[in-house]
Design a protein around this ligand. Structure first.
Ligand SMILES: [Ca+2]
Length: 418
């Protein structure tokens, strides 16, 4: 039973011990007035089990210790996100959540020094000063956790946590946090972490960061791995950069394997902001893909491992995704490659180029039925597909491998000038 595992993780005692018993009783008691919580806990466990990089076991325990309250109805507010502070760089954190926030919803930013936790009792509230965003100066470089709470303290709607890693703050430097909340005026929608010298502490000296806008802007010679990028107008996001193939600089927007634990059967909003583990299977987020690809002229490479694990690829010399109001419609240029031009077939019933994105709760395909419900995952469905990569249990790429492709990878980077 899930609760048994829960309580064992929380109490670290034997399965028959009194603490374990107490924990189980508390969970049972908490579940009575909140029947959907059990379901929420199960959902969260599945999601958390998919998240490893940047998510701490201790945080999971705290998280799950409080899941019997109302806080975790929205699984996406659960994971802790690492925030790295580098010299002369600033980070912008958004307290955004994948659902509409009422304009009068109270927002509280909080900070817990030196600890990595999701226990709100340990946080200090950061007071907003009149006329400017609330801020916190860290006198000494320190670790800590930043929390954003949406809703009244007695009735929390959602929380987000950011773990501040300032290990790269050098001693003569201090970190200043400038806080803001969603649903308010633009300057208040974000939390900015600035780093500056002690001799230059005026707020006007705060400097905007310059994270790479995509993986192609990483320093030459950088290895493949996880990086923070910040597309223009967006908060920093974590992505995997593929730096080894074809001159590197590729931003990985999708990765999947036949035996993935990810179901891929997610909602529109989950696809919008992404899911999975950047080190293994993941979807970067339809909105983020759109935001990255609108910065410059991009190309895309689909990499497919076929049934026999041969690597095939399909390049399109142009790649863009329209904005959400246009359904995240896909636009591809002309094809070269070894996998076959399966995204842009001549058959209108299974073409993907120029199609809107569809999920099980957002049918924008050209079929009478709901392709995403019927065929799974979220994709640029027509009626319905010749390519199905966002799928658990074997992907499809045209006639190359039908439901038994081993792995897939979708990479984008700025197109070379011709
Ligand atoms: Ca339809």
């Amino acid at each position: 039973m899930q609760w048994t595992r829960f309580c064992h993780d929380i109490t670290r005692t034997s399965l028959k011990g009194p603490q374990q018993q107490h924990c189980l009783e508390a969970l049972a008691e908490a579940a009575v007035p909140l029947a959907p919580v059990t379901e929420a806990i199960n959902t969260i466990w599945v999601k958390l089990s998919q998240l490893e990089e940047g998510y701490q076991p201790a945080a999971r325990i705290f998280q799950c210790a409080t899941c019997r309250l109302v806080d975790c109805q929205f699984p996406l507010d659960c994971p802790v996100q690492d925030v790295w502070v580098h010299e002369d760089e600033a980070i912008t954190l958004h307290c955004d959540v994948p659902f509409a926030v009422p304009p009068d919803l109270p927002i509280t930013w909080m900070f817990a020094k030196d600890i990595r936790t999701q226990d709100l009792a340990l946080f200090e509230e950061l007071q907003e000063s009149l006329g400017e965003p609330p801020s916190l100066t860290l006198q000494d470089p320190t670790l800590g956790t930043i929390a954003c709470r949406l809703g009244a303290p007695s009735e929390t709607l959602a929380r987000k946590y950011f773990y501040l890693n300032v290990t790269q703050c050098l001693l003569p430097l201090a970190c200043v946090l400038v806080l803001a909340a969603p649903g308010l005026s633009m300057p208040k929608q974000t939390l900015n972490i600035f780093k500056k010298t002690l001799s230059n502490t005026s707020a006007s000296a705060l400097k905007k960061t310059s994270w790479p806008k995509d993986c192609s802007e990483l320093v030459s010679g950088s290895p493949s791995g996880i990086y923070i990028i910040q597309p223009t107008g967006l908060h920093p996001i974590k992505v995997y950069c593929e730096m080894n193939v074809t001159n590197g600089g590729w931003t990985v927007i999708q990765r999947n394997q036949k035996d993935t634990a990810v179901t891929w059967a997610e909602s529109w909003s989950t696809y919008k902001y992404g899911f999975g583990n950047v080190r293994s299977e993941y979807w970067l987020g339809t909105e983020y893909i759109h935001q990255i690809a609108k910065q410059k002229v991009y190309q895309v490479r689909f990499v497919i491992w076929d049934t026999k694990n041969n690597i095939k690829f399909a390049d399109y010399n142009l790649f863009s995704v329209e904005d959400e109001s246009h359904g995240y419609r896909l636009r591809l240029g002309s094809y070269t490659g070894t996998a076959g031009d399966a995204m842009d077939s001549n058959n209108p019933s299974n073409v993907h180029n120029n199609m809107k994105f569809s999920t099980k709760d957002m049918d924008q395909d050209t079929s009478r039925k709901n392709c995403a419900s019927h065929s799974g995952g979220g994709w640029w469905y027509s009626a319905c597909y010749s390519v199905r990569l966002n799928f658990k249990g074997g992907m499809t790429w045209g006639s190359l491998c039908k439901g038994d492709c081993k792995s897939s990878l979708i990479l984008i980077k700025p197109a070379p000038y011709h």
